[in-house]
Unconditional design. Structure first.
Length: 495
């Protein structure tokens, strides 16, 4: 604890964002480059080095937060990097994409703004890369065992890196043409530039992990055949089966799933396309769904030059402060948050029909109407109460010639035939069934991440990857020294 009074004398200071008018003209990350390092050491001083650090429990990775806060406050960046990477394979991902449940569990957050844990984390990760603290770590010797990892999102990559470092020969199979899963084609570049992903892939290649892109297991290669090639298989395909909106008019053209829209915008950034065929340019866009994916669509549509953008959220607008009765500390509270995309929409006034930040709260979609060509032209909504019951007399119409459905995901996409070919048992909610050791009903086949847990956060995905790697290593060798931060049955803290 470098400054025992830091939490009393230093106010919270977040990482500054670039001006809205500047950042919406490009796809670079929204933050001011280099602005974090001058403030982060004093922000780390605010950590109280609690006797019982609840931030540990709030983070499924078990990140050693007080330890690396203390090291950053002393500007010992190498030691801070070592402690950070001891529990997290990809802190530059989580430092940019995680909603920071650790900050909700910060003891200081009981009555003050929490420590900027997420900002300290990403500062350490970026400094580690800049100063060469993250060299490849190939194994000293090989085990002679081979493992197939299906899916290259954060779970698959974490499992692959851990197993490679343990000495196994790992092959990652990815159905897209590039590695990264939703981090590649689902997350917009303004939230995480793809150079961070490329850097980790290069590290993993140097360590010995092999990658096979454009290979859909179950379609391009039989799942049973793949199982015979390897000593173990890890299924980490994610939960990509999107939820639908069964209302009148859903069949109209111009109504797309968010994960049909976002990958095309990312491909423009990758240089594959000049213009997205679903571009929002000049169109009235309505996003159905109030979560992070909806916010990603919002920021993307703003950058594409939409005529207007409105985001519908079926929940009522939460308050600015934690409700201690429903969301007591240290649980993750339902409070009003403004992402960078909502800030942009507010400043640019993209949604005249909605509230100031483009969100229309307590709004439920009734139906779509279209023109004579069968293209959507408007969306009809109604206000709902806390029980999602329509409020009489509140129906209204919003212009819409591009509607994006961002309603979440129910489980793995089964269209490739992977689960059926292996004969995997499934849970009633559509996820892959597994036991307490991440093993499926098929010997040698393990399931981890959103494909088995259901839609969750990136920190849970990486924790699952690390834990399933330990389970596979134990099966292959009879013992394992790999860390297992969670079990399949662990869940976030709730009341």
């Amino acid at each position: 604890m470098a400054d025992p009074k830091g939490f009393m004398t230093t106010p919270r200071q977040d990482r500054p964002r670039r001006p809205v008018e500047q950042r919406v003209r490009d796809w670079d990350e929204v933050y001011v480059p280099g602005a974090l390092l001058p403030i982060v050491s004093r922000q780390a001083d605010r950590c109280m080095d609690c006797g019982i650090p609840f931030c540990h429990d709030a983070c499924p990775l078990g990140n050693l937060i007080p330890e690396w806060n203390d090291l950053v406050s002393r500007e010992d960046w190498r030691a801070a990097s070592d402690r950070l990477h001891a529990t997290n394979n990809f802190p530059e991902f989580t430092g940019r994409l995680c909603p920071a449940p650790c900050e909700a569990g910060c003891v200081l957050a009981i009555n003050q703004p929490a420590v900027t844990i997420k900002n300290v984390e990403v500062a350490i990760a970026d400094r580690a890369w800049a100063d060469g603290f993250t060299p490849p770590r190939p194994p000293d010797r090989l085990s002679g065992k081979t493992v197939a990892v299906i899916g290259s999102g954060p779970t698959g990559l974490a499992a692959a890196q851990q197993l490679t470092r343990a000495g196994h020969t790992v092959v990652v199979y990815e159905r897209d043409d590039r590695i990264g899963g939703l981090m590649r084609y689902g997350i917009p570049a303004f939230k995480m530039e793809k150079r961070h992903l490329e850097r980790r892939i290069e590290q993993m290649l140097a360590e010995g992990t092999r990658f096979r892109t454009s290979t859909a297991v179950g379609r391009d290669i039989g799942a049973a055949e793949l199982r015979t090639r390897h000593d173990a298989v890890v299924i980490a395909t994610g939960a990509t089966a999107w939820r639908e909106l069964p209302v009148p008019g859903r069949e109209l053209d111009g109504i797309q799933q968010a994960m049909e829209y976002l990958p095309l915008a990312n491909r423009v950034c990758e240089g594959d396309l000049e213009v997205s065929p679903m571009s929002a340019a000049g169109r009235h866009v309505v996003i159905v769904g109030g979560g992070d994916t909806g916010a990603d669509c919002l920021g993307t549509a703003v950058r594409e030059g939409a005529a207007s953008v409105t985001q519908l959220d079926i929940y009522r607008q939460p308050g600015a402060e934690r409700d201690e009765d429903t969301d007591p500390w240290p649980t993750y509270p339902k409070i009003y948050r403004m992402s960078a995309a909502h800030e942009e929409a507010r400043d640019l006034r993209t949604a005249p029909a909605a509230d100031a930040d483009a969100r229309l709260f307590a709004a439920s979609t009734l139906r779509f109407t279209g023109d004579e060509t069968g293209h959507v032209r408007s969306l009809h909504v109604v206000e709902v109460d806390e029980r999602r019951t329509p409020v009489a007399g509140t129906e209204r119409s919003i212009p819409a010639d591009l509607v994006l459905l961002a309603l979440g995901f129910s489980g793995p996409d089964r269209r490739d035939g992977l689960t059926d070919q292996l004969g995997l048992a499934m849970e009633p909610r559509g996820t892959i069934a597994r036991d307490g050791g991440f093993a499926t009903n098929v010997p040698g086949v393990f399931a981890a991440g959103d494909a088995a847990r259901g839609q969750s956060l990136i920190v849970w995905a990486i924790a699952e990857g690390r834990a399933v790697a330990a389970a596979v290593d134990h099966r292959l060798t009879g013992a394992s020294r790999l860390p297992a931060p969670i079990s399949p049955y662990d869940r976030p803290m709730t009341v």
